[in-house]
Every structure is written in C-alpha cells, then in structure tokens.
Design a protein around this ligand. Structure first.
Ligand SMILES: [Zn+2]
Length: 261
C-alpha cells in the first residue's frame, strides 16, 4: 500500500513536471508570436511583386527590428517576414531575392521538416541516454568514468544535432535555388555578401574567446558558409542560363566542374 502511494506520487510529480516544461516552452513562444503579429505591418509593394514573380500568394511583412534578417514559418502559412534592417541594407532586387529564398522554404514545408527531424533526433538521443545510463554509471576508475562520460556526451550531441544541421544545409541550398529559378540568383549572392560584411563589421574588435564561441556556433548553424552559398549560387545561375539556352556543352562543363571541384 505504501509503495502504491509512493508510485502514485512519483507519477503525479512526473505529470506536473511535464506540464511545467510545456508551459515554459509554450508561453514564451505564444508571446513571441503575439508580439510579432502586433508589431509587423504588411508591405504591399513587396507582396505584390513576389506574387507577380512567383504567381503564388505570399504576404510580405515588415518587422521593426534594426538587425538585417528574414524568416518564415515554412509550411505554416504563406507569410514572409523581413526586418527594417534588411530593407535598409539591401537594394530592391536583393530584397526580392531574399523573399524568394524564404518562399522556397515555404514551398517545401522546411519548418515542418525541421520540427519533425529535431523531435525525432531528440527522442533518439534520449533513448540512447536511457539505455546507456547503466553502463555509464557502473563504478570504474575515475579516468575511465570521465572518458566514458565525455564520449557519451559527444555522441549525444552528434545524435541530436547532426540530422538537423545536415537537413538545414540541404534546405538552405534548395531555397537558394528557388531564387535562381526566378532569375534572382546574382541578387541573392550580392545580398549574402552584404549580410556577411554587416556581420563581420558587427564583430570587429571581438576578443579571441568570443571569436572561438562564434566559430563553434557557426559550425552548429544550419546555414552553409556564405562563401559556399555564393559560389554555388553563381554556378547555378550559369547552369540555369545554359539550360534555358539549351547549351548542352555549357551544361556539361558546369556540371563536370561542380563534380570535379
Ligand atoms: Zn533560409
């Protein structure tokens, strides 16, 4: 009887913990969405242009933030968000190129994909921790124990982070191609270069410690490096040009260059 009561209590505590965690995640998310929807305003000019270019209904919103950025809830609605900072930094063709990149994420439901992959990889990592905890906690020499813990930690990070990073990079290149498809590849390349310059200028005078932290976070970023993206974009621009001109030998040269280098 006592044990029954104890187990009930444990179950209750676990249930409470789950609800608290859910509230901790959902409340800030909900507030962010509410604040976002009340602070943004529709940009009719960009909305009209993007709809005309893609022949699909997208709505572009301006976010009153000075940092240049753009985002969407790919798969949840057809809204594209661009910050005031982005509108100030780029010219109109570059802004349209960025909006097309976001539209690319929407057409392939990238946010839904990311969510599914991150949930399942977290689940895999959790299952790994649970199944290996017995082996990890077995009494060993302190050195062996530390090695085991470090090894397990690296494995958990790899299991939980790498699928989302790999998928993220694939999705970024694919969304870039969406801009190329509508003839805005070169503009996207120049916008990426401008954005990189902005980031570099922001971090001038940064100390070595912050620099190394940024390197690690760049490594964990779903976005490929700007150089790789720009290189690939310019190559894809040439490829689309050659394909539209039915220039078979041109296509062959570009493809063999890509595979070779
Ligand atoms: Zn993107």
């Amino acid at each position: 009887m006592k044990i029954d009561k104890y187990l009930d209590k444990l179950n209750e505590q676990e249930g409470e913990q789950f609800i608290i965690t859910l509230i901790q995640i959902l409340v800030p998310l909900f507030l962010t969405i509410i604040i976002l929807y009340f602070s943004v305003k529709k940009n009719s000019k960009l909305t009209e242009k993007i709809t005309k270019i893609t022949k699909r209904n997208y709505v572009v919103y301006e976010v009153p933030i000075s940092e240049p950025n753009a985002f969407c809830f790919g798969g949840f609605g057809n809204h594209i968000f661009v910050t005031k900072g982005l509108l100030n930094l780029l010219n109109e063709d570059e802004i349209l190129a960025v909006c097309l990149h976001e539209a690319g994420h929407i057409t392939t439901f990238d946010v839904v994909q990311n969510l599914a992959v991150s949930l399942s990889s977290t689940w895999v990592a959790k299952a790994f921790i649970e199944s290996s905890s017995k082996f990890l906690l077995k009494t060993d020499t302190p050195l062996l124990f530390s090695v085991k813990v470090i090894f397990a930690f690296i494995l958990v990070v790899l299991l939980s982070a790498s699928p989302i990073i790999i998928l993220g990079k694939i999705n970024e290149y694919r969304a870039d191609k969406y801009s190329v498809k509508f003839g805005y590849g070169k503009h996207l390349a120049s916008s990426l270069t401008k954005l990189q310059k902005y980031v570099d200028e922001e971090h001038v005078g940064e100390n070595a410690f912050m620099k190394s932290i940024r390197k690690v976070s760049n490594f964990l970023d779903v976005h490929p490096s700007t150089k790789n993206r720009v290189d690939r974009l310019l190559k894809n621009v040439e490829l689309y040009k050659a394909i539209s001109k039915r220039n078979i030998s041109g296509v062959k040269t570009i493809v063999s260059d890509t595979i070779g280098g």
